[in-house]
Structure formats: structure tokens, C-alpha cells
Design a protein around this ligand. Sequence first.
Ligand SMILES: [Fe+2]
Ligand SMILES: [Fe+2]
Length: 132
Amino acid sequence: MPLVWNDSLLTGINIIDNQHKELFKRINELLDSAGQSKERVKELTGFLQNYIINHFGTEERLMAKTNYPEYLAHKDSHDKYSQEFKGLKDSIDREGVNISLTVKMNNLLIDWWINHINKVDKKMAEFIRDKI
Ligand SMILES: [Fe+2]
Ligand SMILES: [Fe+2]
């Protein structure tokens, strides 16, 4: 199952929306990587990990700059995700994309992003939109 982009996920902040779209693309490449070489899969998980760290950093800088009142809770959600993603990345790097990781991959690579963007990022965007 792919992670499907849909314009209802737009936050209205270009830099964030562009990063989300790129993330979806890269996540789908990973979801599609069953049967590919270990090196290729490692390349995808490594890129994704860096991109996620960079993306969270972009949002956190914007929240700090605009004194967003829910900064800490939002950052906490990013930090927890980063930890969980690292666990998933280690498993994928070890075992490749396989059926035993399906539930974890669906949770962390699909459901989490849709939920986080819809609930947490959109709320942030509403506050910071006219302050940046
Ligand atoms: Fe985001
Ligand atoms: Fe976020």
C-alpha cells in the first residue's frame, strides 16, 4: 500500500509542503523496495532518515522563530517518531522490506505521516502562517 499524496494535506506553507511531498515520494520508494539489493534499501533508509531530521528541523525552527505555544509538544512528537523510525530503519537494514515488518511500516511510514500532517502540522501552520 503506498502513501498517497492528496492536496487536502497542504499546510499552505511552501517549504513545508514541498518537503512533505518529497518525503512521500521517498517513503513510497522504500515501501516499493522489496526484492531490491541490501545496498539500495540501505541507501533509501539512510536518505529518508536524514531527510526526516532535516524536515523536523525546518518545522522546529519556524515554531521557535514565531514563539509557537505548542512548540514543545510538537517537538516531542518529532523526537518520539525519530526514535521509532530508527528502530524500524535498523530492522529494515538488517532484514530488508518483508512481510513481518508490514504492520510497523504501515504504522510509521503511512498512518503516522497522514495523522501528524493533518492534526499537528496543520495546526502549527495556521499559527505561523502570517508570522513568517
Ligand atoms: Fe511535517
Ligand atoms: Fe511536524
